[in-house]
Design a binder for this molecule. Structure first.
Ligand code: BTN
Length: 319
C-alpha cells in the first residue's frame, strides 16, 4: 500500500474525525506530508472535511475507478494483483491481449471508464459509455486446458450473478451461456477470448461489461438492455461491485476443480434458459426445441421439436 492508500484507508476505517497528528504518527511521516496527500485526494474527487483541533473526516468518495480504490479492501489473493486503469481505451479485451503478449501476469485486471471499440459476442459491438458501467477484463494464464475454457465462461457468469445479487439485491439470473439478465433484460455480457496451442492455453481474456448506472440506452437496445440503477431504483457504486465480482470469480475458479457438480447445479438453478423453448442454429440451420440440461462441459442440451437431443456449444440462443 502506498501512502495515499494508507491515508484513505485510515479515513475510511475511522468513519469520523481523525487528527493529522494521529495519521502522521501511525505512518511515520510529517504532518505536512499528510496535508499534501489529503489535498491530492481532494483533487481526485474525495470530499474531506478538516476542522481545527479535530482533524480530517472523509465525507464522500468519487465514483471513479482508480487502482487505489480497487486495491483498498480487495479480498482476492490473485485476481487484480496488477491493475491497469484507463479513462478511454478501444477495448479492455484488446488491451489485455496486447499486455499479455508483453508479459502481464496471471490475474491482471484491465478496467476503463469508457471504450471506443467495445466488443460483444458474435462480432457485435458493445456500448460502453463513460462512467456509467463496469467495463473490464481479467487475464488468466493458469495451467487450464483449452477444453476447460467453456467452463471459465460459465463460471464468470455465475460469479457476476452472485455479486450483483449480493451488492444490489437485484434478482439477477443467467441466460446461457453467460448473459446476466434481470427479468427479460440484459445487464451484463461476457466475452471470453483465448490464445492457445493444441494442448496448452497461453492466456484467457475474460471481458465483462456491466450496465451499472446507465439511465437510458440507444433506441435499438432499449427493449433488451437495462442497468442496475434502473432496476434497483438507486445509484450503485461501481468499485464495491467490481471488488465483489473479482472475489466471487476467484472463489468459483478455486472451487471448480474441487466441486464441479455443485457449481454446475448452482448455475442451473440461476439459469433462465432451462425448461424454456429456445431457438438455436445447427450447421447453419435454424432450429427450435426445449433446453433440458447443461452438460458438465457447459453445452446447452436442447431437445429439438423432432425429439433429438442436441448439444449446443455456442452462438445465439433465443429464449
Ligand atoms: C456480449 O456480447 O454479451 C459480451 C459483451 C462483453 C463486453 C465487455 S466490456 C469489457 C470487455 N471489453 C470488450 O471490448 N468487451 C468486453
Amino acid at each position: 500500500m502506498n501512502t495515499k492508500e494508507e491515508i484513505l484507508n485510515i479515513l475510511i476505517r475511522n468513519n469520523g474525525y481523525v487528527s493529522g497528528e494521529e495519521i502522521s504518527e501511525s505512518l511515520h511521516i510529517s504532518r505536512t506530508a499528510v496535508w499534501k496527500v489529503i489535498n491530492t485526494l481532494r483533487n481526485g474527487g474525495y470530499a474531506i472535511e478538516s476542522v481545527t483541533n479535530r482533524g480530517y473526516k472523509l465525507v464522500s468518495c468519487p465514483d471513479r475507478i482508480t487502482p487505489e480504490e480497487i486495491a483498498l479492501g480487495l479480498k482476492t489473493k490473485l485476481l487484480a494483483n496488477e491493475i491497469y486503469c484507463y479513462d478511454l481505451i478501444d477495448s479492455t479485451n484488446e488491451e489485455a491481449k496486447r499486455k499479455a503478449l508483453a508479459g502481464a501476469p496471471d490475474g491482471s485486471l484491465f478496467v476503463t471508464e469508457q471504450q471506443s471499440g467495445g466488443k460483444g459476442r458474435l462480432g457485435r459491438s458493445w456500448t460502453s459509455p463513460a462512467g456509467q458501467g463496469l467495463w473490464f477484463t481479467i487475464l488468466l494464464r493458469s495451467s487450464l486446458l483449452p477444453s476447460q475454457v467453456a467452463s471459465i465462461t460459465l463460471l464468470a457468469g455465475l460469479a457476476v450473478c452472485r455479486a450483483v445479487r449480493k451488492a444490489t439485491g437485484c434478482a439477477a439470473m443467467i441466460k446461457w451461456p453467460n448473459d446476466i439478465v434481470i427479468g427479460s433484460k440484459k445487464i451484463c455480457g461476457i466475452l471470453t477470448e483465448m490464445a492457445a496451442e493444441m494442448d496448452r492455453i497461453e492466456y484467457v481474456a475474460v471481458g465483462i461489461g456491466v450496465n451499472v448506472n446507465n439511465e437510458n440506452f440507444p433506441e435499438e437496445l432499449s427493449a433488451k438492455a437495462t442497468s442496475l440503477r434502473l432496476e434497483s431504483g438507486s445509484f450503485v457504486r461501481r468499485v464495491p461491485l467490481l471488488q465483489e465480482i473479482l472475489l466471487e470469480f476467484e472463489t468459483v475458479l478455486n472451487d471448480y476443480p474441487l466441486h464441479p457438480e455443485s457449481l454446475l447445479n448452482e448455475y442451473k438453478t440461476q439459469c433462465v434458459s432451462l425448461n424454456r423453448r429456445v431457438g438455436f442454429t445447427r450447421a447453419n440451420q435454424k432450429m427450435t426445441g426445449v433446453a433440458e440440461d447443461i452438460s458438465p462441459s457447459g453445452e446447452l442440451i436442447v431437445r429439438s421439436d423432432d425429439g433429438v437431443l442436441y448439444p449446443v456449444y455456442s452462438g445465439e440462443v433465443t429464449v
